[in-house]
Design a binder for this molecule. Structure first.
Ligand SMILES: Cc1cc2nc3c(=O)[nH]c(=O)nc-3n(C[C@H](O)[C@H](O)[C@H](O)COP(=O)(O)OP(=O)(O)OC[C@H]3O[C@@H](n4cnc5c(N)ncnc54)[C@H](O)[C@@H]3O)c2cc1C
Length: 394
């Protein structure tokens, strides 16, 4: 039997493809090597714009509502920048991803859990997926949604794994009465604690999701050291037991990467490096790119034309310009974290405006041009301050 579409991986990206295609009445199957609910190393903050992509309720999954953040520079110089409007919500990924998968299942998608895909071969008129136990699945189209560790991005498209961020996270149990400070309505973000990246603490109902991520090549194998320095130094974590640490990759967008669509195969979410390179926000883009790909695949199934190139055009038109500006912003902020921190200390409006980028109300492009014009309008002053700051204690 040939399915209309086979989907590999059932995180937010894969479940979204199943949800949309099953909703249009197509025969779809999704395969995941995990059984759900499954753990996923993640900060678990979804921006408010995720709500625009979902037509079902997720309010019962929200554990913490975010209006802003308490920032630090290398665990010091603490500063609250909290807005009046919601920026995002903190969820636990095991529950969130399971809920998305259940929505797809309810619409009639077939789901195979606990089965690992080992190879993908495009044949004449269909794609064959080879799994453990010698099982195979055939689809008129194939969607790779197998995340950062998946095979479709690397093996079929040649995505470069080194062009990623490397991370360590831990879920730290806590009781509000044991914390020495306010956590309501905020995230905790630390700049300067890791090369080309940042550290975070995202509060949930019972856990603080603590993590750090930095550019794989620049971090050079020292990510655990940076994580340990963060957890030893951050005031919020004083006296808490950190517990098990988990390492993971954040496959961020990079300018020269292959377009993640060819023939009858499309990549969505992490396996296609469709992650914003500034924040590492990937859940929104997993759902967004999955929605785009499924609309193009649905049309291709209906018309009988095996052409998915429109998905590539959509990425180039809507997503890549944003990611390119986010990459530029990363160069500015993460190559000069001390200068950046001084800027936001002096002008918190910068972060208030950036919250609008996270909300989806302003583009990365407009924000980047605004920041860059600020830096350029005072080149000597900024440069002098930055040079001076290099000789001040952290
Ligand atoms: C430390 C860290 C913190 C993050 N924090 C945030 C955050 O706060 N907010 C945010 O928006 N994003 C965050 N992200 C990014 C976010 O986690 C990802 O972008 C998101 O999970 C992408 O969803 P996905 O469906 O593409 O992949 P995934 O959620 O990774 O799902 C992929 C699925 O594929 C399955 N799979 C893999 N290989 C195979 C195989 N061979 N056969 C069968 N199944 C397979 C896996 O079991 C998995 O279930 C973070 C990432 C990391 C690493």
């Amino acid at each position: 039997m040939v399915y209309d579409t086979v989907v590999i991986g059932l995180g937010p990206a894969g479940s979204t493809v199943l949800y949309h295609l099953a909703g249009r009445g197509f025969r779809v199957v999704g395969i995941d090597m995990a059984r759900f609910p499954r753990y996923k190393s993640c900060g678990g903050c979804i921006s408010v714009k995720v709500g625009e992509l979902l037509d079902f309720d997720i309010s019962h999954l929200i554990e913490h509502t975010v209006y802003g953040a308490t920032f630090t520079y290398r665990c010091a110089r603490m500063m609250d920048i909290i807005s009046d409007e919601v920026v995002g919500y903190n969820i636990m990924r095991d529950r969130f991803d399971h809920h998305l998968l259940e929505q797809a299942r309810k619409r009639g998608a077939e789901v195979v859990e606990g089965l690992r895909v080992v190879d993908v071969v495009e044949k004449k008129g269909y794609v064959e997926v080879e799994c453990d136990e010698g099982r195979t699945f055939k689809g008129s189209f194939l969607v790779g949604a197998d995340g950062a560790s998946g095979i479709t991005g690397r093996k079929v498209f040649g995505m470069d794994r080194r062009r990623s961020a490397v991370s360590v996270t831990a879920e730290v149990p806590y009781r509000s009465e044991d914390l020495g400070m306010e956590i309501d309505g905020r995230l905790f973000i630390d700049f300067g604690s890791v090369p080309y990246g940042y550290g975070w603490i995202f509060p949930k109902e019972r856990y603080l999701s603590v993590g750090i991520a930095g550019d794989t090549l620049k971090v050079g194998g020292r990510i655990k050291d940076f994580f340990n320095t963060l957890v030893r130094g951050h005031t919020l974590l004083k006296g808490l037991r950190i517990g098990e640490r988990v390492g993971w990759t954040v496959p961020t967008f990079y300018g020269e990467m292959p377009l993640p669509v060819k023939g009858r195969i499309a990549l969505v979410g992490d396996t296609g490096h469709l992650v914003d390179p500034f924040l590492g926000e990937g859940i929104y883009y997993a759902i967004k790119t999955a929605s785009m790909a499924s609309s193009v695949i649905g049309d291709a199934i209906e018309s009988g034309t095996p052409d998915l190139s429109t998905y590539g055009e959509m990425l180039k038109g809507e997503i890549y310009p944003e990611f390119t500006s986010a990459e530029r912003l990363s160069d500015l902020v993460y190559n000069h974290p001390r200068l950046w921190y001084r800027m936001i200390e002096k002008e918190p409006e910068i972060m208030y405006r950036f919250y609008d980028v996270i909300r989806g109300k302003e583009s990365f492009g407009v924000f980047y041009r605004w920041i860059w014009s600020k830096v350029r309008s005072k080149p000597w002053k900024v440069l002098r301050r930055w040079l001076e700051s290099r000789f001040l204690p952290a």
